[in-house]
Design a protein around this ligand. Structure first.
Ligand SMILES: Nc1ncnc2c1ncn2[C@@H]1O[C@H](COP(=O)(O)OP(=O)(O)OP(=O)(O)O)[C@@H](O)[C@H]1O
Ligand SMILES: [Mg+2]
Length: 332
């Protein structure tokens, strides 16, 4: 019997859930290749662990860019690995339900579906991510009540207004957490001449940055390399100096939400004002982002406890729902 898998192939992380076991995989969306032979030497967490930990030349390939497949062959390899790691080989070729960004173009949807089929899926269905999130959050999807879901991912940000089983307004911007990481690294390189690795920039963003009201300022010492010599170097950065470096990007994220709210039909917008905005995706954990959204929209913002697994949990729920939401799925 074929095995059903729910898959959220994110720009930064890939999550797989099965109906019986819940989320069984949550690993980086990366493949490590031997720098000389180009053969695969690690996938997911194993690939990430190889970065900087071996003397061998390692090239890493991140198959998704801005939420879409950008390196097809690597995406197929990674999906094949995910099917296997989720127990797929025990069950034959799996039937898979994949989340797809609501703003993905027809070509991007086709590339994702085709990659899953080539990786060995016997059946591929796609479901728009905001709908998967709404199902997981128990929003009144099949009723005439409006709700809003915002997904702050690593490669893209999407806002959708849902009512009567579908998306009635949406906005997306191909900016996400990775762009914030790059802005931190660029700021440090330009002001101090120190080059930070992406993982250092990511941890600074997650732990130090504060985009909301600033209380006491904090500073951390970071290790990198001097841009002029390549030698190891350290630098102290504070939360207050990083804030202006990220402000423009955060403003764009907030204005995407404001614009989408403005496009919602008036009665639907009223429901959202009353029930609030639901924010999901790892990027929603950025300190102060929820306050910035509340200030800009004057609408309460609901943050979720485990925002990064809302999508895959919603997709998993759909595996069990079967025909009830069948018209929402597209087959590949
Ligand atoms: N505490 C935090 N503060 C700020 N950002 C965070 C925090 N925790 C995680 N993130 C960011 O969330 C992003 C990952 O979110 P998520 O897993 O939802 O993305 P994804 O699904 O891989 O990407 P996408 O949906 O854009 O394809 C990363 O950029 C990560 O740095
Ligand atoms: Mg995502």
């Amino acid at each position: 019997m074929a095995h059903d898998l729910a898959i959220d192939l994110g720009t930064a992380r890939s999550r797989v859930a099965t109906r019986s076991d819940g989320v069984v995989i949550d690993q980086p969306t990366v493949v490590a290749l031997d720098g000389r032979t180009k053969s695969v030497i690690g996938m997911g967490s194993a690939a990430e662990a190889l970065i900087g930990s071996t003397t061998k030349p390692v090239r890493t390939a991140w198959p998704l860019v801005q939420g879409a497949v950008a390196d097809y062959d690597t995406a197929v390899r990674l999906l094949r690995y995910l099917f296997r790691a989720a127990g797929g080989s025990r069950f034959g070729r799996p039937k898979v339900l994949l989340g797809v960004p609501g703003t993905a173009t027809p070509i991007e949807r086709r590339a994702l579906g085709k990659a899953a089929a080539e990786a060995g899926a016997s059946q591929v269905r796609l479901l728009e991510q905001p709908i998967a999130a709404a199902i997981e959050l128990g929003l009144p999807l099949d009723q005439p009540t409006g709700s809003m879901v915002c997904d702050f991912g690593a490669g893209k940000t999407e806002v959708a207004v849902l009512s009567m089983g579908g998306v009635v307004a949406s906005r997306g911007v191909r900016i996400g957490g990775l762009d914030l990481d790059d802005a931190i690294a660029t700021y440090v390189r330009m002001t101090s001449g120190v080059v930070l690795s992406r993982s250092v920039a990511t941890s600074v963003k997650e732990q130090l940055v504060q985009m909301g009201p600033v209380g006491s300022d904090q500073a951390v010492e970071l290790a990198g390399r001097a841009v002029t010599s390549g030698d190891p170097a350290t630098i102290v950065v504070s939360a207050s100096e990083l804030r202006p470096a990220l402000d423009d990007l955060v403003r764009q994220l907030v204005s995407t939400v404001v614009q989408c709210l403005g496009e919602a039909p008036p009665e639907v917008a009223q429901d959202i004002i009353f029930h609030g905005i639901h924010v999901v995706g790892g990027g929603s954990l950025l300190h102060g982002l929820a306050q910035r959204l509340e200030e800009a929209t004057d609408v309460p913002v609901h943050l979720h406890e485990e925002p990064s697994i809302v999508m895959v949990s919603g997709l998993r729920r759909c595996l069990a729902l079967g025909s009830r939401y069948d018209e929402l799925f597209s087959r590949v």
